[in-house]
Design a protein around this ligand. Structure first.
Ligand code: HEM
Length: 398
């Protein structure tokens, strides 16, 4: 379905997606596995206890040592327990009372820096926001500076992406990766672990210290938040900014709207431009899809988020058109399938929406703010999603 015109008689196939062409051309969108693009079938599958996680290069992960891998790769009771142990960090109250403070502090620094420099790469600004917020949740708060932490985390994730085996799957490593992980461990993790041994806090690392995780287990968990929370949010913020720069009525609506309307706009952008294009699951017990198709035990299926999100049965007409009122009208939660569904549904969904809203609300109120160059869209096969690089924003000096 992706890449076709909508065939809508009113809008003559208007397609507001900026990532569609690159997604359509990317090799990993055609995985050779059965692709499920029907929204209801995808939701049923993701919610079924008969499915197992099969994404993020899981074939390189040693599942026999659950304490050394991220809970992303686990299923069943052990997954539920590991998730429940940190669920409070993502609760709505925690977002407002605790994470908003971090988000506001981060955007203060980011915008002050932009006003000083006059212009800056947008993905560097969004990366700093994503790192500051996720680092506080993980407990990486004892580094020499948050800028250096952001650089070191980026180097680890870049190096792991280059080895093409998944960013948090296997720490067997090329020299570049070893150096990057070594520096990250020494400068960011060790001081944070030491501080938590003396005085535990409410964060992921304190939990790992209390449960006596191995060094390797701790690194894997920290990096999984880097991959799952930082890489994704960086792209999402840039994508939303690009839509808002390009679309004046939408920008005006965003700036004059209530918080709930701002969220509706961001969610609709995420529906059209899901950062992760598909998820994978292995069938653990025979399963029958809603349309009667039988899935065999051991089969790996790809759930196409891009297709599910434009399934007209659930979106209503003109599925490729950016329409912030759609979610409410169709009584579907705004981002549709973009944060997944079922037991692995993104725990950081609300965190991501809040930090993106705060970032953009502040950015677009800066005097003289403008997009100097639009981003180039490319494909990152490790997150099965788009990457936006080269966007530069400018504003008037303070
Ligand atoms: C726009 C930003 C984000 C997007 C689009 C996104 C998307 C997703 C998706 C689709 C999944 C499901 C993976 C699957 O079912 O196989 C997921 C899982 C996950 N996300 Fe996010 N995410 C975002 C931000 C965040 C943030 C900010 C955090 C944390 C700070 C986070 C942490 C996680 C974790 C830990 C998982 C694994 C959950 C599990 O396996 O139980 N994500 N994310």
């Amino acid at each position: 379905m992706d890449g076709n015109s909508a065939g809508c008689p009113v809008h003559q196939g208007r397609d507001d997606r900026k990532s569609a062409k690159v997604a359509e051309a990317s090799a990993d969108m055609h995985t050779g596995t059965r692709v499920i693009g029907n929204f209801v079938a995808a939701r049923d599958l993701l919610r079924s206890p008969k499915m197992r996680q099969a994404g993020a290069s899981i074939e390189h992960v040693d599942l026999s040592k659950p304490d050394e891998i991220s809970f992303f790769f686990l299923d069943g009771e052990i997954h539920r327990k590991r998730r429940a142990a940190v669920a409070g960090l993502f609760a709505p109250k925690t977002i407002v009372t605790r994470h908003h403070v971090v988000m506001n502090r981060a955007i203060d620094e980011i915008t002050a820096d932009l006003q000083k420099r006059g212009s800056a790469p947008l993905d560097e600004m969004s990366w700093q926001m994503a790192v500051d917020v996720a680092a506080d949740i993980v407990g990486l708060t004892d580094s020499d500076s948050n800028r250096n932490l952001a650089i070191r985390v980026r180097k680890v994730l870049d190096a792991s992406i280059r080895q093409r085996k998944g960013f948090f799957s296997k720490l067997v490593l090329n020299a570049r990766m070893l150096i990057a992980v070594g520096r990250f461990y020494k400068h960011d993790m060790l001081p944070a672990i030491a501080a938590r041994k003396i005085q535990p806090k409410d964060d992921v690392l304190s939990h790992l210290v209390k449960e006596n995780y191995s060094k390797r287990g701790m690194i894997m968990e920290c990096l999984s938040y880097g991959g799952a929370g930082m890489l994704t949010t960086r792209e999402f913020i840039v994508m939303c900014a690009w839509h808002l720069f390009d679309n004046q009525p939408l920008r005006e609506r965003f700036l004059s709207g209530e918080e709930s309307d701002q969220f509706a706009i961001l969610e609709e952008i995420l529906r059209l431009e899901p950062v992760a294009a598909f998820l994978q699951r292995r069938v653990a017990e025979p399963f029958e899809e809603a349309n009667g198709t039988a899935l065999k035990e051991g089969e790996v299926v790809s759930i196409s988020i891009r297709d599910a999100n434009v399934d007209e049965a659930i979106t209503g007409p003109c599925p490729f058109e950016l329409d912030p009122d759609r979610g409410k009208r169709m009584k579907v939660i705004g981002p549709f399938m973009s944060f997944g569904d079922g037991p692995h549904r993104c725990p950081g969904a609300q965190v991501a929406m809040h930090e993106t809203r705060i970032f953009l609300d502040r950015l677009f109120r800066l005097p003289g703010v403008r997009l100097v160059s639009a981003p180039a869209v490319s494909w990152n096969p490790n997150i099965h999603g788009y990457e936006l690089r080269g966007a530069v924003v400018a504003c008037d000096p303070a």
